[in-house]
Design a protein around this ligand. Structure first.
Ligand code: GUN
Ligand code: FE
Length: 422
């Protein structure tokens, strides 16, 4: 780990309603952690390596709390379906291809390279049910020093014959996956990944919850994304009071660090469980729009102290860019105020940026801010093609414009956990 100083136009959001702009300043990183932002570099750091990024934006890296690596190859296609038909007709047949390790090699290497070049420092990733290709994905991300959670997906019911596991096989393969990933890799860690309640029998879900607890592993899944899905879960778990309660009855929620994607239809049904059990909510606005799932009430969750982060949910979402998720979160929050509840205020750009950095980043530890002691996850952006020479834009305005206009552009430098990746 190299100590270093990055000089440029710095911006971060230590609180949801407070941002810090430090133009023409120096961010000091010591032993992988943020030391602080300084106008003049203090003498004690003068021997640190200097990355001179004058005129560039220097911001905390972004976090993707929900993405399917195995769906990257079909992003931008088949966007005219709702969730359940989209899964059956397109997603499951595509994921079945990852049984073939050669296909996985080609497809995952493209995903890993694009994630590496993006502004995302860390991600919670779904692979597929196939253990060997899931481990291959872990090895690629580990090689790139990307500290991600990667899950081998579990599915033993309501799934096509090309993409389904026997219950015992699913449990045993998960144990073997967890052992191998925990032993072999430095940056990549395993995460228990029941796809969603309709795909996992009660016996499988209970066994997975036990593995998560015994091995002290985090959990990721989907929750209350689509109303037909919510009704289906009620049929499958008639004793449960809600979808979240069904997970709870099976042994999930609360015991282990958990991230649930979507929660579009949680309000009035299950928000107490999300709050009381400190569940992370991965808000995936582009996916929710493409699959006509609905509008997630991000304002409610943000203002009431819930843990929320952003997710690309590729390929429900089309882009790996969390800048895109930031601007989409702002847009759909405006529609929520207009179409659902006028007493809500739309999210500001800074609030959505805070969700994408410090709030969502807390899933991975003390990350996502430039306060002293935070792990140094930093990206440097070249906004020269959109920073107007006619208007005099502030650092915050330049970042907002970059997010709207340059969301998919590779970053120019990326530092993760204090390590300079490029
Ligand atoms: N629910 C269960 N599986 C999936 C998936 O692959 N994508 C989304 N968006 N929702 C799901
Ligand atoms: Fe998803």
């Amino acid at each position: 780990m190299q100590n270093c100083i990055i000089h440029g136009d710095i911006f971060y959001t230590p609180e949801k309603d407070r941002s810090v702009s430090a133009p023409d300043s120096s961010l000091v990183i010591e032993n992988g952690k943020i030391k602080g932002c300084f106008r003049e570099i203090p003498e004690e750091f003068s021997s640190f390596r200097l990355l001179d990024c004058s005129g560039r934006l220097v911001i905390p890296a972004l976090y993707d709390l929900h993405v399917h690596a195995s769906q990257y190859q079909f992003r931008g296609l088949w966007m005219d379906e709702e969730l359940l038909s989209w899964l059956n007709e397109h997603t499951f047949p595509e994921e079945a291809k990852y049984k073939d390790i050669k296909y996985a090699q080609k497809a995952y290497s493209i995903f890993a390279e694009d994630l590496y070049r993006s502004a995302t420092a860390r991600a919670c990733i779904f692979a597929t049910i196939h253990k060997d290709s899931s481990i291959l994905l872990c090895s690629m991300l580990d090689e790139l020093s990307m500290p991600c959670f990667v899950g081998k997906v579990n599915m033993d019911r309501n799934s096509p014959s090309i993409l389904v596991e026997d219950t015992d096989e699913s449990i045993n393969e998960t144990l073997s996956y967890v052992n191998e990933v925990s032993e072999r890799f430095t940056y990549v860690k395993p995460i228990i990944t029941p796809r969603f309640i309709p795909s996992c029998s009660d016996r499988l879900s209970s066994a997975l919850a036990r593995i998560a607890e015994d091995e002290n592993l985090p959990v990721q899944s989907h929750l209350s994304e689509n109303l037909s899905e919510v009704d289906w879960v009620k049929e499958l778990c008639p004793q449960s009071e809600s979808y979240a309660d069904a997970y709870r009855m099976l042994g999930f929620m609360g015991k282990q660090k958990t991230v649930m994607a979507h929660c579009v239809h949680s309000l009035g049904r299950e928000e107490e469980i999300l709050k009381n059990e400190n569940i992370y909510i991965a808000h995936c606005p582009d996916s929710n729009t493409n699959l006509t799932s609905g509008i997630m009430p991000a304002r409610y969750f943000l203002d009431n102290g819930y843990r929320i982060g952003l997710g690309s949910d590729v390929a429900g979402g089309v882009s790996l860019s969390i800048f895109r998720a930031i601007t989409d979160a702002v847009k759909v929050s405006k529609l929520y105020c207009r179409l659902v509840d006028p007493s809500f205020r739309a999210l500001s750009f800074n609030e959505a940026f805070y969700i994408a950095t410090k709030l969502g980043g807390s899933f991975f530890g003390r990350t996502g801010s430039f306060e002293e002691g935070y792990e140094a996850d930093v990206v440097v952006l070249d906004d020269s093609s959109v920073s107007s020479t006619v208007q005099d834009l502030s650092v915050a305005e330049r970042l907002e414009r970059y997010a709207y206009l340059e969301s998919d552009k590779p970053v120019i430098h990326k530092i993760v956990g204090g390590k300079i990746l490029f």
